[in-house]
Structures are given as C-alpha cells and as structure tokens.
Ligand binder design. Structure first.
Ligand code: ATP
Ligand code: MG
Length: 446
C-alpha cells in the first residue's frame, strides 16, 4: 500500500473524547464543561466506548491466557458474574467480549497472582536535560503498555512533574473528574507545607489550592498529618484505563523554580525529602508502578524524581550530539547520586533508551553502535521506533496502545506493515522494561 499523507485529525475525531484536551484543566474545568455542546459530549462518549472496545478481551484470549478449557472458562465466568465480581459480556464482531476492568477483576478473582504479590512497588524516573527527545511519549506509552498487561496487572501511576503537563493533558479522562473540585498537582503536594507554614511572605501562600483543600479536610477533626495522607491518596486523576491514574502537572507548578531559590540549603533538602520520603511512600501503598515525567532540565524537578527512583530511564535520540550530551548527563547524575538526600542505595538500575529510532536509517544505526560503545551496557536493547503512529496518538490525545489496526487501516492512514512494525517494536521495548522490573524489583531479590 502506498503511504498517504497522514491526516491525524481524522483519527483524532475517531477516538478523541476519552481524554479530551484539557490544557488548562486546573482552573477552568467547569467552564470547559459548560462550553462543550451536547452533541460533542455524545460524540466523546461514543468514541470513548470505541477505545474501551479496543482494550476488551474475547473469551478465546482469556482462555488462552489462563490456559483452561472453554467449558471451565464459561463456568468460571458465570460464577464470577453471579457473585457480582464482573459485569456481563458484550457482543462485538461476532464474539463475546469483556471490558478491561472486568478482565482485571476476573483475573484477581480467578487467583492469578497480582503484581503486588510478586514485586515491590517500583518507581521509574524518566529524565534528561534534553528537550523534545520523547520523555513524555516514553512515559505515557510505558504507562498504558504496562497497565494493559492483564497478567501482570500493575496499578500504574504517572506523576507529571513537568509544568508543561504533557501527559496530564493527554491522558486524564475529564469525563470522570468532578468539574467543581479543586485539582491539586504533584507540586502542590510538595510545596503544601511551605505554602502553609513558612514564615516568609515570598513562600507562604494562604490562598494556595493545597491550603483550601487542607482546611476542608481539617473540618473533619483529623490531624494535619492524617489529612495529608488522605489528600495524597485522593489527588491522582483517572484515565481511560481503570488501573492507570495520573498525578497531574499544570503550568502553575513553575512557581517551584522561584520558591526553591529563596530557600535555605536545609529547606531545599527537606523539599526533596518531602517528595521522596513522604509523598512517594503513600503513593506506593496505592500503586505498583509509579512513572515520573520530568521537564527537560537538570533541576529540582528531576532531582525529586531521581531521589525516589528504583530505576532511571534516560531517553536519547539517535544523533551523535544528543548521545554525547546525554552520556555526560548520566555520568554527572551518577557522580552526584551519593550526595542526594536519599543517597544512591535505592537505585536498582539505570538505562538509556533510543527514541525516535529508525533501524533503516544509516545515521541512526551508526549512532546506535557508537552509543553501545560508550554506554558500557547501559543502553536498552530495544528502542522506541520512529513512527507516524506517535504523531497520530499525540494529535488524538491517546497513546499508541489505544489504536487497533482497523482504526488506521479503515482510513488508509498507514500500511498494516507500518502499524504492525511499530506496535511490535513498542511491545518489545515495553517487555524489556518488564524484564528489568522482574530482574530488579521481585520480592525475593532482597
Ligand atoms: N517515536 C516517535 N516517532 C515519531 N514522533 C515521536 C516519537 N516520539 C515522540 N514523538 C513526537 O515528538 C514530539 C516530542 O515528544 P515528547 O513531548 O514526548 O518529548 P519530551 O522529551 O517529553 O519533550 P519536552 O522536553 O518538551 O518535555 C511529540 O510531538 C511526539 O509526538
Ligand atoms: Mg515532556
């Protein structure tokens, strides 16, 4: 098939909706909802249903996954339905299917070991000082790829520490968010204590959203520490997958940069520790895999991520220039790690990822070989392929995992070969990350 010019808006139309564009969600969700015409809301609902169908499973795939006979599966499904564990199947494409959420519940009920039965909660920081090298794409693709593994069934959280809020604006499902509630960000939680109690007017902010929310919780007569735990647990927002949430980032998080410079050394350290030693442990009670997106800087935002991580993933494009500056970055981080407030004892692995990589491109291939030479075993074997599917996904505010082949073939947006090659490479790459988790984060490895 001849490649046609991509028309992202067509696919965007097809599957938009479950994750509408919400660039300024924080203060304008109510207005945004009011502004959406009814027909559009209906359209969004329909398209969200289409994505849900893409992620549903047939009875045959369930049978294969569980390695049981069709009769046993049928009986077990009936039992689970009668017990109210799962909903009823739906019919689509001539077969019986179950939604992702029901499949997760069924696997639990069936007794297939959960992530938390086998692995420690795992924090992955995605960080590099370079801009535009697919950090956020890596984060969102990894999050949905892991959440869709119904055997592993991790509860996945993306913490968006980037004030650009790329993953937040793409993946949060606004239809499930209370438009009247105050939406806190990860950085609100980090700054909360300072903005509530600091003696300096430059830092103290009685009108901060965190303070309003905290005051509300305190009305219940609980302590501030107890309220903090509740606030942290309730701040993540849902996405279209029931086992994938996002702790949002919004442009107002930029204020950390100003405040940080005013703090004493001790207060700066306390701020880092508040994230890695107070917030992350609470989140680890609720989530199995926490993936942290960071802005393109070597700054407090990425230090917080690094100070709490089990694994650091550093994306680089396949250009010599990017590679040398990225290896320098990794070098510099590893030298500074012992001096981070949490030290380097929590670190289990770091890896570099080639992003936007095209194996057929001679320069890319030469760069990859060069990177293998200089990175001394730190380069992931699999890569994130360069593909038009990523642009389509970005345009539609979804991840590449939300498409099925039919979505792109029906509209002749790319050939089945391009689609299958992309998803094959992406899935291989996600599998390599899973292998890192299996290797370093298993409960019996300690
Ligand atoms: N593998 C890929 N193939 C094609 N396009 C890609 C690929 N990965 C990312 N892109 C596109 O490149 C652009 C930058 O990606 P992304 O926002 O993930 O980078 P980033 O490193 O997070 O940027 P920033 O430094 O601004 O945070 C986006 O438009 C994205 O859709
Ligand atoms: Mg980004």
């Amino acid at each position: 098939m001849i490649e046609r010019d991509i028309e992202p808006s067509m696919v965007a139309k097809q599957i938009e909706g479950h994750a509408s564009s919400l660039k300024n969600l924080r203060h304008s969700l109510t207005e945004m909802y009011r502004a959406i015409p009814k027909a559009e809301l209906r359209n969004r609902k329909e398209t969200a249903e289409r994505v849900a169908i893409n992620h549903s499973q047939t009875k045959n795939s369930l049978r294969d996954m569980l390695n049981i006979s069709g009769t046993v599966l049928r009986n077990k499904l009936e039992e689970a339905q009668e017990a109210g564990v799962i909903g009823t199947h739906f019919e689509y494409g001539g077969g019986h299917r179950f939604f992702h959420d029901d499949v997760l519940k069924f696997m639990d009920w069936f007794g297939v070991p959960k992530f938390s039965d086998q692995f420690e909660p795992t924090v992955l920081a995605i960080s590099t000082h370079k801009g535009g090298v697919a950090k956020s794409t890596v984060v969102a693709t990894l999050a949905s790829g892991l959440a869709l593994d119904v055997r592993m069934r991790p509860r996945v959280l993306v913490v968006d520490l980037d004030p650009q809020g790329t993953v937040s604006s793409a993946n949060i499902d606004t239809s499930q968010v209370d438009p009247n509630a105050i939406q806190l960000t990860a950085l609100d939680l980090v700054l909360g204590d300072l903005e509530r109690h600091h003696s300096s007017e430059k830092i103290n902010r009685p009108d901060a959203d965190y303070n309003i929310v905290m005051d509300d919780y305190l009305l219940d007569g609980i302590t501030e520490d107890e309220a903090f735990v509740e606030i942290v647990k309730n701040t993540p927002m849902p996405t279209h997958l029931s086992n994938y949430d996002v702790l949002a980032g919004f442009p107002s998080d930029e204020r950390l940069t100003d405040k940080y410079g005013v703090l004493s050394d001790e207060e700066q350290e306390q701020l880092l520790l508040r994230f890695s030693q107070k917030i992350i442990p609470i989140l680890k009670e609720e989530y199995d895999i926490i993936i942290i997106d960071t802005p393109p800087q070597d700054s407090i935002y990425s230090w917080m991520a690094i100070d709490s991580a089990d694994g650091l993933l550093v994306p680089t494009s396949a250009s010599r220039y990017d590679i040398s500056s990225t290896t320098n970055y990794l070098d510099s981080i590893s030298k500074r790690l012992p001096y981070f407030p949490s030290g380097d004892g929590h670190f289990k692995f770091y890896r570099m990822i080639l992003t936007n990589y095209n194996p057929a491109n001679r320069i890319h291939e030469e760069s990859r070989r060069h990177l293998l030479q200089v990175s001394k075993g730190l380069l992931m074997t699999k890569h994130m392929p360069h593909s038009p599917l990523f642009s389509l996904a970005a345009e539609a505010n979804v991840t590449v995992h939300d498409f099925i082949q039919k979505d792109v073939l029906d509209r002749r947006l790319m050939s089945s070969k391009v689609f299958n090659d992309t998803m094959g490479q992406v899935n291989d790459w996600v599998s390599e990350i899973k292998d890192l988790i299996y290797t370093f984060c298993g409960k019996d490895t300690h």
